[in-house]
Write a protein that binds this ligand. Sequence first.
Ligand code: GLY
Length: 373
Amino acid sequence: MPSSGWCAVVDTRIHVSAERDYDVVIGRGLLSSLPDMLRGSQRVAVIHPGTLLVSAEAIRQDLSDSGFEVTLIEVPDAEDAKTSDVAAFCWSVLGTAGLTRSDSIVGLGGGATTDLAGFVAATWLRGIRVVHIPTTLLAMVDAAVGGKTGINTAAGKNLVGSFWSPGGVLCDINSLETLPRNDLLAGMAEVVKIGFVRDTSILDDVERDAAAATDPAGDLLPDLIRRAVQVKADVVSRDFREVSATAGDGSIGREVLNYGHTFGHAVERREKYRWRHGAAVAVGMMFVAELAALGGRLPESDVDRHRSVLDGLGLPTTYSAGHWDELLAAMAVDKKARGSLLRFVVLQGIGNPVIWEGPDPALLAAAYASISR
Ligand code: GLY
C-alpha cells in the first residue's frame, strides 16, 4: 500500500442504502479519500493487525497531516482478533484516547479485522462511525461491505455481533498485489459464490481465464470485485438485517449471501478456525450443490460446474470423511438455523437460489458422503 502521493487511478463508487447510506470505493491508490470519509471527527482510532503496522503508520501520518488526532490499536492477526478479550482491549484504548460519539474508527485489514473493528464501533457509546479499508479480497467483496460485525465465542463463529453499517469502504486493489496467493484464492470463493447465486457472468469470466481473474495487476479482477460488490450492495440495500426469506421483488433476501456458509462454518469450527474462510465456503458450496442434486433440484452438470470452477481456482472441493455427527451438530447451532430446522440456500439451477428448510437427514448425510474422501 503506498504511503504518500496517493491518487485515485480507477475509481468506481458503489452506493449502499442500508439504514445508513455509504459508498464502497474500488480503485487503486484510494487513501486520499479517507479524510473525507472521516469528516466531522476529531479523533480517529485505527484498528489493525501487527502485519499492517507500516500501512497503519502511513495512515496515521496522513490523517495527522489532515488535522486528526490518531491512535493506532494493534490487534492479533486474522481470527485471533475476534475475541471478547480483544474487543475489551480496544474499548479500553478508546476510553483512554477519549473517543466521543462524533469520532471514528478505521478498520484496516482482512475480514476478521473489519468484523472486529465494526463490532467495536457498533458497541462503543452505542455506535460510532467506522470506515473500513479491507486489504484482502475476501474482505473487499464480503466482510467489509454490508454491515455485519461480530466476534467468535466458544459456542461458534460470529454468534455475537450486530448489524452496523460502515460510513464508507475503501477497496484499494493495490493491497492485493502483496496478498499471499492462497489468501487471494480463498477470497475468490466469495466472488464465485456471487456468480453461482446471481451474476453468472462472473463464472463465465473465471472459467474463460482463471489466471487473469486472479491477477491483481490486471483489469479483470477489479471488474470482478466491482460486480461482486454491486450484487452485495443491492442485496444488503433490500434486506439489511436478513429478516426476509424473500425481498420486495420476490427474490430471496440477504440469506442468499450465505450460500455454502452453513456447512462451511461447521468445517471452520471443526478445524478450529485454522482453515481460510473462503476454503471452507468452497467445500460448503460443493456440499449444497450435491444436496440440491440429491433433492432433484440441480442437474449433475451444474454440480460438475461448481467442481470445475473451484478446482480451476485451486480451492478445495472435498472434506475428510468420518466427521458427520460433529459437522451436523455444528450446523445446528449455526445462526442460519431457525428453530430446530436446518436451512440451506440451494440452487434450482445456476443463478436461481431458493431456501430449503429441513432437508431429509438422509439426504444431508448423502451429500456429505458425496464430498468426503
Ligand atoms: N457474509 C454474508 C453477509 O454479509 O450477509
